[in-house]
Design a protein. Sequence first.
Length: 138
Amino acid sequence: MATRLDEVGLRVHLDLADAEEVALTTAADLAVRRVFLESLTNALKHASARHATVMLRAHDGGLAVSVSDDGRATASRPADSVGGNGLRGLRERLEGCGGRLRYGPVETGGWSVVAWVPAATGPTTGPTPPARLHPSPA
């Protein structure tokens, strides 16, 4: 995905650190993937960002996800934005798996999306065992 975004003018730096140490439920894994998609799509589509940084960290019994860009606020992404349907839907998805979401302009310029999902503990409630976060094949 990062290679494809670079081809259209958005350079993405991935910092995955200890992310693979965190086992996630399938719902949390999907929510994290949606954080990437929504954040990077918005950076490219609404903010004309040239650079983005994606960081994942084991944090507070779960996985913290941060996506920041160097884009600008626009009419469709004003500095005081409360989000469109994409961010609203993302918040609902994260809350549905016990996670949380924050987003907004960065003081030094750009935009930041920060999410957290809990790690899987014990057996899962569905037929799918906890998933490990792995980048999708290019």
